[in-house]
Design a binder for this molecule. Structure first.
Ligand SMILES: Cc1cc2nc3c(=O)[nH]c(=O)nc-3n(C[C@H](O)[C@H](O)[C@H](O)COP(=O)(O)OP(=O)(O)OC[C@H]3O[C@@H](n4cnc5c(N)ncnc54)[C@H](O)[C@@H]3O)c2cc1C
Length: 294
């Protein structure tokens, strides 16, 4: 069984791609078109997110299972602890193993409805991702990844405490982490330095969303929890009314960001694809991460 962490330990940087499970038949068609197109680019792995409280559980299982059976891709299934008892979580993990998925991203998840609302633990469930990591590891031969937050998790009051909590997830058995969106290379590198200061040199992948539209820029602000820095605002904001020029500049911005991080030695770059392939393929091509064709 190949693991994500093995794929991250090669001599060259790699890239990976994230999708969300389809909501309906049309969505499914679009998703599979994107998966097929990106399969040709040979990502190190692909991942499928998991809806709050298991809302997309079956679709995550079905999609990752189909990836195992019908493609050459290595799938990783996300799993969250929201609204699940430990018995239910055991069940889902069992299903992942049954369909041949042995790489899991263990995240706590956010309260459904209002992500910033009060976190309420299921009476027979878990409180932190750290416990989910331990549960997945306990149940089989899984390679487990976790989430990391360059600006600190929105619920955390101090960066050092948040980094300490990240390191606890590695101590519980995680092998690598994927970073939430961020704007500038230094934001990510500072997180890597904070981990290193605590003796943790596990692979940390930057998460990148190609900035193709004003909406993707707003999404980055929303998910990262940081405002657009002046260096990027100067380049993109004047182009807000010119979609073509915005896209071209946005692709330049993320390509430069990813290149800088590759130069700084990251083992790979993780792309949030929003179930589309074109922009990711373009950036990956410009980074020289596409497979060499004979
Ligand atoms: C790469 C990536 C993929 C994601 N995929 C999904 C997905 O598929 N589905 C989904 O619903 N959401 C997903 N999310 C969002 C994620 O679920 C939320 O951001 C959630 O709020 C945090 O999850 P976590 O695993 O980091 O939680 P945790 O690590 O549990 O951290 C949550 C908060 O608790 C604190 N904390 C952690 N451990 C302790 C401890 N032992 N003691 C005290 N405090 C502690 C942390 O500092 C943080 O403030 C993803 C996020 C990322 C970055």
């Amino acid at each position: 069984m190949t693991s994500v962490v093995e794929r991250l330990s090669g001599p060259r940087p790699v890239f990976s791609v994230e999708f969300f499970p389809p909501r309906d038949a049309a969505d499914e068609q679009r998703l599979w078109l994107a998966i097929r197109q990106l399969e040709g680019c040979e990502p190190a792995f692909m991942s499928v997110t998991y809806g709050a409280g298991g809302s997309s559980r079956d679709r995550t299982i079905r999609t990752t299972g189909r990836v195992v059976q019908e493609t050459s891709l290595l799938p990783m299934a996300h799993l969250t602890a929201v609204n699940h008892s430990v018995a239910e979580l055991r069940n889902v993990i069992g299903w992942y193993a049954a369909v041949g998925v042995h790489n899991v991203l263990a995240v706590r998840g956010d309260p459904p409805g209002d992500p910033n609302g009060e976190w309420i633990r299921h009476p027979n469930g878990l409180t932190y991702a750290e416990e989910l990591v331990a549960l997945v590891r306990e149940l089989g031969d899984f390679c487990v990844g976790v989430a990391a937050f360059p600006y600190g998790h929105p619920r955390s009051t101090d960066l050092d405490g948040d980094t300490e909590n990240l390191v606890r997830k590695f101590r519980a058995g995680a092998s690598f982490a994927i970073a939430q969106l961020f704007f500038e290379a230094e934001d990510f590198l500072r997180l890597r330095d904070r981990m290193a200061k605590r003796g943790c040199d596990a692979p940390l992948l930057p998460g990148i969303l190609p900035l193709t539209t004003v909406r993707t820029l707003h999404k980055t602000v929303e998910l990262s929890g940081a405002p657009v820095p002046p260096s990027i605002a100067r380049r993109l904001e004047p182009l807000a009314d010119d979609p073509k020029a915005f896209r071209a500049e946005g692709i330049d911005v993320v390509t430069e960001l990813a290149q800088r991080l590759i130069d700084e030695g990251v083992p790979g770059v993780h792309f949030y694809t929003f179930n589309m392939s074109k922009a990711t393929t373009e950036v990956v091509g410009r980074l020289g991460l596409l497979p060499a064709r004979a």
